[in-house]
Design a protein around this ligand. Structure first.
Ligand code: NAD
Length: 431
């Protein structure tokens, strides 16, 4: 991506030169789109800075009796289109720069989908795999109590992300409700259905991703009923994607998680892999599969590749080995700009993260609307509305890609940035 067309102050970064940094990648993407749409430099400067960043210390008592202090982060990138929205992840590698990037991507994602939200993201630097449920609950409640001043149903609405789930959201909702003295179900989405969560939310990220693949495949002559698929990551997004795409008759030939990767030319049954992962904690060793390296997984002969793990998985070092016709980015930021260029050259179609995984935030929006109205929709209504919004967005992204002669990522960014910039211009500058 090219250098910024204008020079202005940007928040100090944490990484060393040459090291992968999601925030640098997000800024490079913004700069490239800004240049392409001739974005006003003042607007560019505003959008290159997160509106608000909060870092908090969260001391909790560990099961062994000592106190450990964890770091929690919440970044709200933009409130131009409405309250901010974005998940909270628990991971040892969380950094402020990563959360900034994820918050900015949420702004573009909500904008391209036509949702009334700006972008935010949160994270806690911790390894939940080494913590008990009691410790995770204590950490979640302490973090939530530190966020009381900056989150709320009309301010900023968290949701699950990597290593967090409906239970985490229930603890956050309860902590905020107890602190405020009244039930606040709309303060989070991705809650358990019993607490006002939406039917279809758990599956929504993967469902939206599969809807996007169904929309794109016929445009480039891929017949899904004969296609193969490889999925990196077998968590919420990846496992449900496996289940749904298998339901379309696609043969899932490779799957991985943080422990390793497996392959079967005859297809890996979702049910078998899911049961094996539930019993052993990993997909590795599943019956009727062969163990392969994570790098081999990405290079498998397949029509569809779904990265559903973390950022920076497809990079200059492995992009040339990828043989998929379609990459549908269920994960956020899995492809670096260098890899993008290599894959573009090879004619690979990438359905960008801000569209491919936007089913999650779209159904979160449905959940928020339901919680605010204390009124609940049938699952069929949730899924059909999601299909409608996803198809509309993918159609517009495809048309823009043809009109502008650019790839789908640039097309999605053009649509998103134009919407956000228009909103900012209409609102004017306060004071
Ligand atoms: P999750 O914690 O449920 O699952 C993550 C999975 O990735 C796990 O199976 C883990 O073992 C695997 N993984 C981690 N490192 C890996 C590696 N190096 N190689 C292969 N697998 C690896 O998380 P999730 O909610 O499914 O999120 C996955 C991605 O999807 C993230 O990028 C997240 O931001 C994005 N996303 C999730 C949602 C959502 O609603 N859950 C919405 C939008 C985007």
């Amino acid at each position: 991506m090219s250098s910024p067309p204008v020079s202005f102050e940007r928040p100090a970064s944490e990484s060393r030169p040459g090291e992968y940094n999601a925030w640098h990648m997000a800024l490079a993407q913004l700069d490239a789109v800004a240049e392409r749409i001739h974005l006003d430099p003042d607007m560019h400067a505003i959008l290159a800075r997160p509106r608000r960043e909060l870092m908090v210390a969260c001391p909790i008592r560990r099961d062994r009796g000592h106190i450990e202090v964890f770091t929690g982060i919440r970044v709200q990138h933009s409130q131009g289109l409405g309250p901010t929205k974005g998940g909270i992840r628990y991971h040892p590698n969380v950094t402020l720069d990563e959360v900034r990037a994820l918050a900015m991507w949420m702004t573009w994602k909500c904008a391209v989908m036509g949702l009334p939200y700006g972008g935010a993201k949160g994270g806690v630097i911790c390894d939940p795999k080494t913590m008990s449920m009691r410790e995770i609950e204590a950490l979640t409640r302490r973090f939530a109590s530190e966020l009381v001043a900056v989150i709320g149903e009309d301010i900023d609405i968290p949701a699950p992300d990597v290593n967090t789930n409906a239970q985490t959201m229930a603890w956050i909702m309860d902590t905020i409700s107890m602190t405020k003295g009244h039930a606040s179900p709309a303060v989070v989405t991705g809650k358990p259905v019993e607490l006002g969560g939406s039917l279809g939310r758990r599956e929504a990220t993967a469902r939206g991703c599969v809807f996007a693949i169904e929309n794109i495949a016929p445009r480039i002559g891929v017949d899904l009923s004969r296609a193969r698929c490889v999925i990196q990551g077998f968590g919420n997004a990846g496992s449900v994607a496996h289940q749904l795409i298998e339901g379309l008759g696609v043969r899932v030939v490779g799957v991985s998680d943080s422990q390793g990767a497996i392959y079967s030319s005859r297809g890996l049954s979702f049910q078998r892999v899911f049961e094996h992962k539930t019993q052993t904690g990993s997909v590795v060793g599943c019956a009727e599969s062969e163990t392969i390296t994570p790098e081999d997984l990405l290079g498998l002969d397949t029509e569809v590749l779904i990265p559903a793990a973390l950022e920076n998985q497809i990079h200059a070092g492995n992009a040339r080995s990828i043989r998929a016709r379609i990459i549908a980015e269920a994960a956020n930021g899995p492809t670096t700009p260098e890899a993008d260029a290599i894959l573009d050259e090879a004619g690979t179609i990438i359905i960008p993260d801000i569209v491919a995984n936007a089913g999650g935030v779209t159904v979160s929006y449905f959940e928020w609307v339901q919680s605010l109205q204390s009124f609940f929709w049938e699952e069929e209504q949730v899924n059909s509305r999601l299909r409608r919004i996803m198809d509309k967005t993918v159609d517009r992204m495809w048309e823009t890609h043809l009109e502008e002669g650019c790839n789908l990522r640039m097309a999605a960014y053009i649509l998103a940035l134009t919407r956000v910039a228009t909103a900012y211009r209409m609102r004017g500058l306060f004071p």
